[in-house]
Each structure stands twice: as C-alpha cells, then as structure tokens.
Design a protein around this ligand. Sequence first.
Ligand code: NAD
Length: 249
Amino acid sequence: MGAACVRRLAAEGARVVITDAKAEMGEALAARLRGEGHDVLALPGDVMDEAGFDDALDRAIAHLGSVDVLINVAGGSYHAYIADIALDQFDRIYRLNVRSTVQACQKVLPAMRQAGRGAIVNMASISGIASDPGWSAYNSAKAGIIALTKALAWEEGRNGIRANAICPGTTASERLRNFLTPERMREFASAIALDRVGTPDEQAAAILFLASDDASFITGATLVVDGGLTARGWQPTDFDRNHGLVRGG
Ligand SMILES: NC(=O)c1ccc[n+]([C@@H]2O[C@H](COP(=O)([O-])OP(=O)(O)OC[C@H]3O[C@@H](n4cnc5c(N)ncnc54)[C@H](O)[C@@H]3O)[C@@H](O)[C@H]2O)c1
C-alpha cells in the first residue's frame, strides 16, 4: 500500500521520500519513478531500529527542506490468544505499529509547525475498530493508532496540522497476495458487500484524499475503506438465504 501511495504522490507532482526496511525494494521503486521523471528518493529505514529510523527521518527532512505530508504505513500483526501471547511479541507489535507512528510524527511536527501547515495520515485498520479472536495485539495496536490520531488532531489543529487515520479492510497488497491462497482470498471476499477485496490503489486514493487540500476541514477522522465489510453485524437474514450468502450455504 505504501508503494501505491508513493506512485500516486509522484504522479501528483510531489517530491517523495520513501523509507522502508527493505532498502532494495524502496530503491527499485524510486529508481523506476525517477526514470519516469519523478523526484523520488528511497532511504533505508527499519521502524524497529529507533536510531536508524531517526536517521532516515532526519535525512528525509533535510532532503525535502519542508514536509507537507507524512504517511505512516509500516505495520504488522502477530497471532495468539490473549491467554497465551508472549508479552515481548505484544511489545513488538506495539513498537511496529504505534511507537513508530509516534516517532515519525515527532520528527516532522517541528517542520510542519514552522510552515503552519501539514497533513498526517496514519495507517490503522478495520482491525482497530472491531476485533477477531487471536488478533488482540494487532487489534489493540490499530485501535491505539486511531486514538493517537484523534489526540494529534487536537494537539496540532491550532498549528494548521491535520491528522487522520485510514482503516483499510482486506486489501490485496503484496503481503496478502503472498500470504493467502486464491481460495482464502475468495473466502475473505465473501464477507465484503462488494464481494471482492480492495486494491492498494483504492487505499492510496483514499489516503491521498485525506492528505490533500480537498480534505482541508477533515481532521481527527477515521476513514473506513473496506467495501462494506464492517457495515453489517452478521445476523443471518432471509436475504442471506435467498441470495446464497449464508456462510457455507
Ligand atoms: N493488506 C491489508 O489487508 C491491510 C488491511 C488493513 C491495514 N493494513 C496495514 O497496511 C500497512 C501495510 O500493509 P500491506 O498489506 O501493504 O503490507 P506489505 O507487506 O505489502 O507492505 C508493507 C511495506 O512495509 C515495509 N515494512 C515492513 N516492516 C517494516 C519495518 N519494520 N520498517 C519499515 N518498513 C517496513 C515492507 O518492506 C513493505 O514495503 C500495515 O500497517 C498493515 O497493518 C493492511
């Protein structure tokens, strides 16, 4: 999804800096976009390495001179029941999702305050507004990002800085495509009103909207982009039976 955001930002004419733990992936994307005439720099930046990420952010800000938009995408999950979860894994998921978001915000806020403007979009998830068994670390970390974003909106609103959270539903990102078989992907799609999973480009379009001046009066918001997945409560109805939507039916 981050790559889709970068492609879209570049297409809009923005100067973009990518930070990614997989430096070669970021560089391959940046090189391709530079070849198309865009201004894109890639820096190695593992958000789990505080000093290294700090350095990447410093270099990004120095390169850009000012920062109009920050999009925090990195994140991930770990599956275990609450009864069994190793606490260090819990910490790791919070570090990967929440702490890294705080660190990046802290870095860009001085430049945004100085400019009197800025837009931050934080990657939450529908997993931050509803929970699934075995996903508590991810659920609560993404819920944390939503709460953090609301606080940020109020703390920085008077400084001209907006902060919003995006909640993608199931999206066919590279990770998901590697992780789920087509049959499992189909199963995920069956829980979605639009009967398909989303694409990274659809998420990037929503993220760029939140980052753009078109969203100039939107801050502290949580935008759900899930094809209708969270729009229903899963009570079985006649409609399900008549339309073959009953699970397993
Ligand atoms: N795919 C979905 O269905 C979905 C739904 C909701 C939310 N999300 C969230 O979207 C974000 C991106 O997920 P995705 O599915 O696009 O994954 P992805 O694996 O396709 O892309 C993630 C990118 O982040 C980079 N990355 C991973 N760990 C990193 C680290 N420690 N430091 C810096 N970069 C790191 C990877 O190298 C990769 O380029 C995550 O925060 C995820 O929780 C995904």
